[in-house]
Design a protein around this ligand. Structure first.
Ligand SMILES: [Zn+2]
Length: 368
């Protein structure tokens, strides 16, 4: 169902949403704090410049106050009890053996997002390919993992029922609706619709990272279902968070404390950390920081062979095939490039492994 013709709601934005406009400018490329920094440094030549400098300093102080509390979410987190830190050597020792998990990939929605957020267009490969900014069609996925002993889990959360409505989703702020083109979201399957057909209760949700498009199905998840994330996801500070925090918090309203994976350094030094999720080598969480501090990829061992769920270590088919990290949506682009390289190396070592970028599918990566 396309929600392009929904009735527009023009409620006056709250003060917090006006503050969120700082991020809107940042996304638009103005990088306001950097502009201010440039205004403060020139040599003072006359009194008007002194006034300008005072104004700029005051503005910078206000911004510093605003930006200092710019966490992804106010939602509480705690160390998770599931999963055991492991060496990537242990994962590679079993990765090609058929595993017990049945994997299903579900497309929850179609959407459109700016390409410069998804792909670093300044990367030499992107420049050489002549990639330009513009709308990039994407899909929102979630993955169903059915383990014969531990039950049914999902990776990421799909899209909640509120996005089926012809009215604006009350959990999504006015600015997020406008800036992120929520009206362009074309829902295919809500998480509630999927859950209604499931025989087994949902045992848990593994979130690849705490961005809106990965948690917008959580309101449909039964309260009390444990939700797992990488470390520092809620507490990470980024301009983007000022823009999305209220909406993120509302999406987490019915979720208990977030359970953080207990990543430790990979003894084999391939990844930032590796977790044997169930302790039987069937599912591995891999710490791939950069897009967000706790970004997590997963290796799933199925009867047909391994699958690699990248999360948004790369969003697009082109980004994966050309080794180009995400663009302006990332918390730490340089670190995300390093993490993407670790996943590309893993894929190169096991070319039969099916790979799933965050928001587009490779032609040979069907799951079931
Ligand atoms: Zn995403």
């Amino acid at each position: 169902m396309k929600i392009a013709n929904r009735k527009k709601s023009f409620a006056v934005p709250a003060a917090s949403e006006l503050l969120n406009a700082v991020e809107w400018w940042s996304i638009s490329g103005l990088r306001l704090p950097c502009e201010l920094e440039a205004m403060i440094t020139p040599t003072i030549r006359d009194s008007s410049l002194i006034l300008k400098r005072i104004f700029a300093l005051l503005a910078a102080m206000v911004l510093a106050i605003v930006l200092s509390g710019c966490k992804a979410s106010h939602h509480p987190s705690e160390p998770g009890k599931l999963g055991t830190p492991a060496s990537s050597d242990a994962m590679l020792a079993v990765i090609e053996e058929p595993g017990p998990i049945e994997l299903e990939k579900i497309t929850a929605a179609n959407w459109v997002v700016i390409r410069s957020g998804l792909i670093n267009l300044d990367h030499p490969a992107a420049q050489a390919a002549g990639l330009e900014d513009g709308d990039e069609p994407i899909e929102i996925y979630f993955y169903v993992l059915r383990h014969p002993t531990y039950g049914t889990f999902i990776v990421d959360s799909g899209v909640e029922s509120g996005f089926r409505s012809s009215e604006s989703n009350a959990r999504v702020s006015w600015l997020v609706t406008q800036a992120m083109k929520i009206d362009e979201l074309e829902v295919r399957t809500t998480t509630a619709e999927w859950l209604a057909l499931e025989q087994q209760p949902l045992a848990g949700v593994f979130i690849t990272h705490l961005h809106l498009d990965h948690i917008m199905g959580l309101p449909d998840v039964p309260p009390g279902t444990p939700v797992y994330t990488g470390p520092d996801e809620a507490g990470a500070e980024q301009f983007l968070n000022l823009f999305t925090r209220g909406t993120i918090d509302r999406m987490l309203d019915s979720t208990g404390k977030l359970n953080e994976w207990p990543f430790t350094a990979d003894p084999a030094n391939r990844f930032a950390g590796v977790i044997d999720v169930f302790g039987d080598g069937s599912l591995w969480a891999i710490h791939v920081p950069g897009h967000t501090p706790g970004s997590t990829a997963f290796v799933v061992r199925t009867p047909q062979g391994p699958h690699l769920l990248l999360g948004d270590a790369t969003h697009t088919r082109w980004g994966w095939e050309n080794g180009v990290e995400p663009g302006s949506f990332s918390h730490n682009p340089a670190q995300s490039a390093v993490s993407l390289k670790t996943l590309l190396d893993l894929s190169a070592q096991y070319p039969d492994m099916k790979v799933h970028p965050g928001h587009q599918s490779l032609s040979d990566s069907s799951a079931r």
